[in-house]
Design a protein around this ligand. Structure first.
Ligand code: URA
Length: 188
């Protein structure tokens, strides 16, 4: 199974009510062999229209952070907790996230990244534990049972609302950059 096959399988998905309001399923984008994967919350308006994650205002800011950290967006993989836009950009609920997560697990199985960055509270709560706090855990490395290094940080949309968080995210991305460089050196 590869990403293209999985993407075909997801077409027409009606596993939750978000299917009704979507223009496009935002499957994910990037490199199938990525060592680094970023996971956000869910598509916004621009992403829903284009079918690509992080292309709106938060995406522009994310691009700047990646550029500053010398991380090439095309070499990594970017996906979300839910693949269809929640109405009015609300946070996806537990039922929607639970319905969509098996797709993300399968993407992770195919890509097998060495580092996963959780962008914001929704990714953290759905992938680590429901009571996890982004304010407490951001910037701290965790490790999955299979040895994936996991780093939560603030969502770029949170930086748009509160620019004082930019400094903290940059601290986190310096750690991510260093680990990513180390891994890229190992595999090259
Ligand atoms: N916010 C997200 O969490 N994901 C996107 O793809 C865009 C904005």
């Amino acid at each position: 199974m590869n990403l293209e096959q999985l993407k075909r399988e997801i077409q027409g998905c009606k596993k939750c009510d978000l299917a009704h309001g979507r223009t496009n399923i935002v499957f994910g984008c990037g490199n199938e062999k990525a060592k680094l994967m970023l996971i956000g919350e869910g598509p916004g308006r621009d992403e829903d229209l284009q079918g690509i994650p992080f292309v709106g205002a938060a995406g522009q800011l994310l691009n700047k952070v990646l550029e500053a950290a010398e991380i090439n967006r095309e070499k990594i993989y970017i996906a979300n907790i839910v693949k269809c836009r929640p109405p009015g950009n609300r946070v996806p609920n537990r039922k929607e996230a639970a319905a969509c997560l098996p797709w993300l697990w399968r993407q992770l199985e195919i890509i097998r990244p060495r580092i996963v960055v959780l962008l914001g509270s929704t990714a953290l709560k759905n992938l680590i534990r429901p009571d996890a706090l982004i304010t407490k855990l951001r910037g701290k490395w965790m490790e999955s049972k299979s040895g994936i290094k996991i780093m939560p940080t603030y969502h770029p949309a949170a930086l748009l609302r509160d620019p004082s968080k930019k400094k903290l995210v940059w601290e986190d991305f310096k750690k991510i950059r260093d680990e990513y460089k180390k891994i890229m050196n190992e595999v090259s």
